[in-house]
Design a protein around this ligand. Structure first.
Ligand SMILES: Nc1nc2c(c(=O)[nH]1)N[C@H]1C(S)=C(S)[C@@H](COP(=O)(O)O)O[C@H]1N2
Ligand SMILES: [Mo]
Length: 316
């Protein structure tokens, strides 16, 4: 059963309902949806659940056709909810991404612990249609809703010692059952060099297809770095830390020969066990030829300058 509550035009329910009540109502809605056999249910949460109003278009969007919501929400990598592609859509159904706070730490003048809603409210939400290229050889086109990572980071006033930014996923076995198994070194950690993080492309995504982020895609907030392999785009973030030294990242710890810190989409550098020259677009019929993988996933104009003079075979 699907209950959809439509808000009356022009009035935000956050204005007519005290915040604590609408947050509880939202939690109730999620529970009542949890038993549904339909996939991608969270994307059907009522409009009042969205912590933003308008959504702007971004000049950085690709003109390629986005994948369907069905594909985007049923073919996932999110090991906290299982290692199979269809595991997250099933095992993340009961996950409640509220209340949620984000700790900002390390080399910055304004560290703190922030409530998610406050975090989002001061940002401009845009739709950015980005390719996501997984290191496993598949890709998707996803209409994200999010805001500029750089704009957000600047508000914490990183110091001159802030050379990297480290991101950490929630660690809570009771809410993320996949963490019972030590398939990865929990919590999941990722990182960017500060100039990569300050580039105009990365976003903090809080939604897709105009609605709140489905659990399996990293609710309530995840990183999207379109020129890097998908695993850099860490989900369900609870901590952001500015550091002087390069963070050790989960996949680099798991298999250092296979997953480097940079992880730029690079058709010229093979994964030790397979070629990275081509990719399969999820949702296309099996007889369609694979797509050629583009250097930096096609975003070279914006990011190639970050790596000038670096040997990208060494810094893979
Ligand atoms: N916390 C966390 N973040 C994660 C992962 C994960 O297992 N745990 N998987 C990564 C990988 S390998 C990919 S390809 C993308 C997949 O994002 P999607 O499921 O929204 O398409 O999420 C990345 N972020
Ligand atoms: Mo991936």
């Amino acid at each position: 059963m699907v209950i959809l509550i439509k808000q009356s035009s022009g009035i935000k329910s956050s204005e007519i309902t005290p915040k604590s009540i609408y947050l509880n109502r939202r939690r109730f809605m999620q529970r009542s949806l949890a038993g549904s056999v339909l996939l991608g249910m969270n994307a059907m949460l009522p409009a009042w659940a969205k912590p933003w109003e308008g959504i702007a278009n971004s000049a950085f969007s690709t003109s390629e056709k986005p994948n369907t919501l069905e594909a985007i929400t049923t073919y996932n990598n999110f090991y906290e909810f299982g290692t199979g592609k269809s595991d997250p859509s099933k095992n993340a159904r009961n996950f409640t991404p509220r209340p949620w706070s984000i700790a900002v730490e390390g080399e910055c003048a304004r560290p703190g612990v922030f409530d998610l809603e406050d975090f989002i409210k001061s940002e401009t939400i845009e739709e950015r249609i980005y390719r996501l290229r997984c290191v496993e050889g598949w890709s998707m086109v996803i209409p994200w809703a999010g805001f500029s990572l750089a704009d957000m980071l600047k508000k914490f006033e990183p110091t001159s010692k802030a050379k990297f930014v480290e991101f950490t996923t929630l660690f809570d076995k009771s809410r993320m059952p996949g963490q019972e198994r030590r398939v990865l070194n929990w919590p999941y950690v990722e990182g960017l060099r500060i100039d990569e993080a300050m580039n105009e492309l990365p976003i903090m995504a809080v939604g897709l297809y105009g609605d709140v982020l489905p659990n399996q895609n990293g609710a309530p907030i995840r990183l999207v770095v379109p020129w890097k392999y998908g695993f850099k785009s860490i989900k369900s973030i609870v901590k952001i830390r500015f550091t002087e030294t390069q963070p050790s990242t989960t996949w680099n710890i798991a298999a250092p020969r296979e997953y480097g810190f940079y992880s730029n989409v690079n058709p010229a550098v093979d994964h030790p066990r397979w070629s990275q020259a081509k990719e399969t677009r999820i949702g296309e019929p099996f007889w369609k030829p694979k797509h050629k993988t583009l250097m930096f996933n096609g975003y070279g104009e914006q990011v190639a300058k970050l790596y000038e003079g670096m040997d990208l075979k060494k810094f893979f």
